[in-house]
Design a protein around this ligand. Structure first.
Ligand code: ADP
Ligand code: MG
Length: 478
């Protein structure tokens, strides 16, 4: 054992980080204490394993770089968990969430409270207490946390509502329904609420997909074990049910969920649902359950903008510890606009390529590797028939009705939507489209498209429905 003392470098490192990070971020993550020095190493204590892992992931490299700049030596930082860190001098910052004002359906809050650009959520996560040391919750993915969720204009309100719920479950936003198309982050956000409430408050959390909830219920009936089933769900402090669109037509499960809902709601327990569309578009759902879903807060997730897509990709690249040049990131963000899952898939492909070939990913290589992911911009392989079939099926109508002459409201709206989409993604003229929609005049098609345009302005959630339908149409033959 030599006499190593790196304490002064450590102090200066903290000083510098304090001036570089926001006050909240610093207060949240730098509640740590210098313990001892060894040969080119220092031991730092932190209050919990959660803390340790987070600090390791976010700051260790940065801290070690600073130590190197200051001392000229490669000093390694070892993080050690100590229930109570010695240095308690940091002022904790209370975790307030921007109180976004909001009217009925989501987008109105855009621009007012939203920060300038996409950002990670950590600024909002400062907390009054240390996170309690806890293992991960078995039903929740460890990486579905707020720190990994990029906030952009597309999810600003939903993400902030989610943080508020995690901090104060069962109070203001109960129940909460998060809806939006596939791959836009519904499950991630829902589990992030669960993870945070679990870590910070030790809430009893149950996460389950609506599908598994249904299966479990059916099993319970079969085994005459419904009482156990009821007890389990009614005992939760927070119930997270993912993908409730699955409950359409599942009448007995709907009934059971209705009672579970009431029991939890009356006991001020937090309930959160996700759905791939606004509840108003669900079919075969009991009215009383529908009204429960619509109660409380409904927030939507929209597809991310180009800027947000870049930010998401950059964050994932950083998390994977690989180097992908910015022009490649921009290329992917430009070409994949559907959802985050598709963005990730492209990135994974590039990373696999880099790892297997040990070659850097250039723009040319990316273009070549992702040809299939990008698809053809014109989409001229889409037929009107495909559009009609997909839209009809989505609204539980028959294909012939959608094409036909009937003019009830239940049919004319989907029909107009199909016309609108056809105008968007095919090269057909309004005259040709009129022919395909029951021999109508081209002015009828124009009128239909105009109607959808108007509704889009008044009802932004319709946009996500259209995006989703377009995706289903594109995927129809593949
Ligand atoms: P959904 O449940 O809406 O279909 P998921 O929550 O499964 O979507 O998200 C798909 C993938 O995209 C996940 O890997 C998730 O981590 C990622 N993702 C979605 N939104 C974001 C975001 N805003 N920032 C970072 N990753 C995101
Ligand atoms: Mg999901």
């Amino acid at each position: 054992m030599g006499t190593w003392d790196y304490d002064v470098f450590w102090k200066e490192t903290l000083n510098q980080l304090k001036s570089e990070l926001s006050e909240q971020e610093y207060a949240m993550w730098f509640n740590m204490a210098y313990e001892s020095s060894g040969e080119q190493a220092i031991v730092i204590s932190v209050p919990s394993a959660f803390y340790r892992d987070q600090v390791k992931q976010r700051y260790q490299a940065r801290i070690e770089n600073k130590l190197y700049e200051l001392s000229g030596q490669h000093i390694q930082v070892a993080l050690e968990v100590k229930q109570r860190a010695k240095d308690d001098s940091h002022q904790a910052v209370s975790g307030s969430v921007p109180a976004s004002k909001r009217t009925a359906h989501g987008r109105e809050s855009e621009g007012k409270g939203a920060p300038a650009g996409p950002h990670a959520v950590s600024e909002h996560l400062a907390k009054a207490d240390h996170p309690r040391p806890r293992d991960g919750h078995v039903q929740l993915r460890k990486d579905y946390i707020f720190e990994n969720f990029v906030i952009g204009e597309n999810n600003f309100f939903a993400a902030n509502a989610a943080i508020a719920i995690a901090k104060n479950p069962g109070t203001a936003y109960n129940p909460c329904l998060i809806y939006g198309g596939v791959g836009l982050g519904k499950t991630h956000l829902m589990q992030a609420i669960g993870n945070l409430a679990w870590q910070e408050k030790g809430c009893k959390i149950i996460y389950i997909t609506a599908e598994n909830f249904t299966n479990e219920f059916v099993e319970a009936i079969k085994n005459s074990a419904t009482q156990g089933f009821k007890n389990k769900y009614r005992n939760a402090d927070m119930l997270l049910i993912d993908d409730i669109h699955f409950l359409q037509k599942k009448n007995e499960t709907q009934e059971e969920l209705f009672h579970t809902f009431n029991a939890l709601y009356d006991a001020n327990k937090q309930i959160i649902f996700t759905c791939d569309r606004p509840v108003s578009e669900l079919k075969n759902l009991s009215e009383r359950l529908r009204s429960r879903f619509e109660r409380g807060l409904n927030v939507d997730l929209q597809p991310p903008s180009y800027e947000t897509r870049c930010a998401i990709l950059a964050k994932k690249v950083e998390a994977r510890g690989v180097s992908i040049p910015p022009d490649v990131i921009n290329l992917v963000a430009r070409n994949i606009s559907s959802n985050v899952r598709d963005l990730e898939a492209s990135l994974t492909k590039l990373i696999a390529y880099a790892e297997l070939t040990k070659k850097p990913v250039t723009l040319e290589i990316a273009q070549q590797q992702l040809r299939d992911n990008f698809g053809s911009p014109k989409q001229n392989n889409v037929t009107i028939e495909t559009i009609q079939k997909v839209v009809a099926e989505y609204f539980s109508l028959s294909y012939t009705d959608l094409k036909g002459k009937k003019r009830t409201k239940a049919i004319s709206f989907p029909r107009q939507l199909a016309m609108f989409i056809a105008r968007e993604i095919t090269e057909y003229s309004t005259t040709e489209l009129g022919m395909e929609f029951g021999g109508r005049d081209h002015t009828t098609v124009m009128h239909g498209c105009q109607k959808i345009d108007e509704r889009l302005k008044a009802e932004p959630s319709l946009d996500s429905t259209i995006q989703k339908l377009m995706k289903m149409i594109k995927d129809y033959n593949s």
